[in-house]
Design a protein around this ligand. Structure first.
Ligand SMILES: [Zn+2]
Length: 420
């Protein structure tokens, strides 16, 4: 496939180059050439990009995609009430509900510019089926927690291991282990999961220090704050991406930085559940890789990463006008996200996976259309309704905002919405 005459290419390469009038050549699932006047082979698929901006697809690093099933069920409550309500509904979720929720969520993500996501849930085999059907890239972390807290059949860690072993050399999907959090996972659970991931070469995901109650309860139980405790038991690692990290003490930020843990910032969810504000500048100064995620639809209530970038950039202005600049926030949603979940994407460079989106420039929100303002417009002005096409793993998954078979898939999924 060849993307011809791109009005702008926002590369997100190491020098953050923005190209004008160039082409992008894709072979199989990789970007193989970027330059002017590239020749298309006979019969090669051509996409006219003269009126669009081409950029790396956004990477949603923390999501519970099947929770589209729970959109709107727990608004205007704190995290504890939220968890009580969602756990109650979790108990009713069968495999087919997870699949239906995932179909809706994945379509929603592609329409809003996301080309890869990291999911944390159970029945990840059903999420995998939905992702393959639509052509979405995913790192799927089966939820691991102690048996006494779960609604899963069997032992969660064993379920997670079985799922992880079932995905081998998949072009779109990679398994991971998803530790729910210190409030439901023992030291043994954390360390058994880590040992398995090291042995199998997998990444790990967890919720960490999301709100003040989680921290104070853990201090009561162990005498240590959550990240401090995870460091002490030996769990922190470069394999780990940790969602939220709202309540990290300075010493904990240093621990997270030293171990190479990536943080997944979820500003909408943190605001909605009144959890607090992540210390963007503190993490940045320590050199922590900051990525971005939407969290699930019960605490957001959508999966729109353009909206998430906008909220992130505005939220941190409470700390100062230059905190979380547009370029930094875009990095979090692209190149940093790729690093956090371990995929070779997040920028438009030769050799990278062809996970790209095109954005329609025909909108007053792009005015004035000046190269030096493009990133500002992406973060502060436009919204995801301008996303036109989506290419994932070298395949045109959405063209002119149409995904193949979407009406049929959505109709079937809507029949399987959970009854309340
Ligand atoms: Zn979450």
């Amino acid at each position: 496939m060849i993307l011809k005459n791109c009005r702008f290419i926002l590369t997100q390469n190491s020098s953050r180059d923005i190209l004008e009038g160039a082409d992008i050549k894709i072979e199989e699932n990789k970007i193989v050439k970027i330059g002017k006047n590239l020749r298309a082979e006979r019969g090669e698929e051509k996409l006219d990009c003269s009126r669009v901006l081409v950029m790396p697809g956004l990477i949603n690093c923390h999501c519970h995609v099947a929770m589209t099933q729970m959109r709107g069920v727990a608004d205007d409550v704190n995290l504890q009430e939220f968890l009580n309500k969602t756990f109650e509904l979790d108990a009713k979720m069968k495999r087919e509900h997870v699949h239906a929720g995932a179909i809706i969520g994945i379509i929603e993500m592609i329409k809003s510019g996301t080309t890869a996501f990291q999911d944390l849930y159970y029945f990840e085999d059903a999420v995998a089926e939905a992702a393959r059907k639509i052509g979405m890239r995913g790192v799927l972390a089966w939820a691991v927690l102690d048996k006494e807290f779960t609604t899963q059949q069997g032992v969660p860690l064993e379920n997670a291991k079985k799922f992880a072993k079932s995905i081998k050399n998949d072009p779109l999907l990679r398994p991971a282990l998803g530790l729910q959090g210190v409030y439901v996972c023992s030291e043994r659970t954390y360390m058994d999961a880590k040992e398995f991931c090291e042995h199998e070469g997998l990444t790990m995901h967890t919720h960490l220090s999301e709100n003040g109650v989680e921290v104070s309860e853990h201090v009561k139980k162990t005498g240590m704050r959550p990240a401090e405790w995870l460091e002490k038991i030996g769990f922190l690692s470069w394999r780990l991406s940790a969602a939220h990290c709202v309540h990290l003490a300075d010493a904990e930020i240093s621990m997270v930085a030293r171990r190479g843990v990536s943080v997944v910032h979820c500003p909408s969810s943190n605001l909605k559940l009144s959890s607090g504000i992540m210390n963007w500048n503190g993490l940045k100064a320590a050199g922590v890789n900051i990525s971005l995620g939407t969290d699930g639809c019960a605490s957001n209530n959508n999966l729109d990463m353009f909206e998430e970038m906008h909220i992130a950039a505005l939220l941190h202005k409470l700390q100062g006008p230059s905190v979380a600049r547009a370029q930094e926030v875009l990095d979090a949603a692209t190149i940093n996200g790729a690093r956090a979940i371990g995929i070779n994407a997040g920028s438009i460079e030769v050799g990278k996976l062809a996970d790209l989106i095109t954005i329609d420039l025909n909108d007053t929100r792009w005015t004035p259309l000046i190269k030096s303002m493009l990133i500002s417009h992406i973060v502060y002005s436009i919204n995801s309704s301008s996303v036109r096409d989506s290419i994932i793993n070298g395949k045109l998954v959405m063209q002119n905002r149409k995904i193949d078979g979407e009406e049929k898939m959505l109709r079937a999924a809507e029949q399987l919405m959970l009854r309340r």
